[in-house]
Design a protein around this ligand. Sequence first.
Ligand code: SF4
Length: 240
Amino acid sequence: MTNSQNFILRVNSKLAEHFGKPKRKLDSKPLDILIATILSQNTNDRNSHKAYLSLRSKYPNWSDMEKATVNQIAKTIRSAGLSQQKAKTIKQLLLTLKTKKPKFSLDYLYEFSNEQIISELTSISGIGVKTASCVLLFGMQRNVCPVDTHVFRTLNRIGVVNKRTAEKTFYALNEILPKLIAHQFHTNLIMLGRTICKPQKPICTECPLLDLCTYKDKNPTSPLAFKARTVNDFLLLDVV
Ligand code: SF4
């Protein structure tokens, strides 16, 4: 075990003490997760969940969407925003999966390595590394930690990595990520980013990582100065 891995384990354990062990759904299908993640780009989990449910209600099997036009798909997913763009990506994905065995499924990926899966999925226009890594974690239970805006900000502030982009952070982190912690680590970093380590004025005096964190611009303001907060703990990919 390296020093960096020990540090990650200490951070993970402090976060678990504070936020608890997140619930996990273990029977999600990779294609469901991929479509939900496409819908979640640039919007919040509640809007994308609404769009996901609307899509599932109109097309109970993904193959039912084969003959749908981009406009028809876009109309169904309007609540997620960027609906034309997302509909195009979903349509392109379905055209690709029509040629696979079995059709309209990502099950053929189970034999692939993580790197091969990322390469395969990101070859489809509109699907990036973050989306592909969500399929690995939530749809295939691989020990991979996706890096969204919250995970990127918190990991770099804490000092787990020192990278300028989310993608570089993803590769640096996952090279050293200890086994079996990806889901808990990812989820609790999102909770930390949503509630305490916010983009502006992180609430460092209330943070469970105060003693471990290496961020040089910690905010010394007392939490009493902050307005009462409601915690949004809804996570789309744990309900799909
Ligand atoms: S101490 Fe402050 S900067 Fe560091 S993780 Fe906590 S809230 Fe973020």
